[in-house]
Design a protein around this ligand. Sequence first.
Ligand code: ATP
Length: 262
Amino acid sequence: MAGHEIPRSHPRYHSLVVRERLVEGFRKGIVVPQGLIAHGRGEAFDYILGERTHDFAEEAIRAAVAWLLLARHPVISVNGNLAALAPREVGELARLTGALVEVNLFYRTEERVRAIEDHLKANGVGGVLGSACRKRRLPGLESPRGIVCEEGIFRADFVLVAIEDGDRTEALRRAGKRVAAIDLNPFSRTAQMADITIVDEATRALRRAVEVAKELRGAGREELEGIVSSYDNAGVLARAFQAMLARLSEAASKGRLLEPPA
Ligand code: ATP
């Protein structure tokens, strides 16, 4: 079933369109089967969150954008799922913040890196790093999972990742980089380890990040530094857990939700 065949009236229209985009990415060699499974894990948490961007995610998005604007070498790390879901948003955020875009894969083959680069370029992302760069290794990750570009992630001081695995987030942190992560699961090692955790769906979060970048682009360094220094990730994660708890206890006490998932 192609995306345009899903009836708009379907109660889970958006979720089905997103799934379709991933399946399409799988057919093109961009998404791996494990990526489809990872998406399912994310969807379950999005159900609990009510499929919307909460205030704690909004705060994390602002901090991540401020940091992207302040960093000397910011990089947006793109994997197969993110490329399939939000290529245009990635390109626009990179353009607005001056961040580089690098294809960085857990299940890395050079063919897949090139397929993702082509897909990003076809969606308007300029200057993608991945295949044609000087390769370096991130310490602590066995090859080829640790391969990064010297002028990209290797020298980055700030990296935005999404739908990422905990090992790689940990390796980035160990290499001294600040990390912002978009991850629907606040329990994940990635969510727990990042400096900034955006507990939100990646496409939704990036769309919002683009709007915030348009707003903060004109801000002075002092304002941006204020946003970053007052940011409290443990507090944001606690609020994410509380929001989930509130939805679950409402459901547990009534046997239904007042506000069903969109
Ligand atoms: P960790 O190793 O960090 O504990 P994990 O083993 O769950 O996490 P993966 O299997 O790579 O790591 O899963 C990627 C993560 O991305 C999961 O936590 C999942 O909830 C989340 N996720 C999946 N799809 C999305 C999405 N569209 N937006 C945001 N997060 C997502």
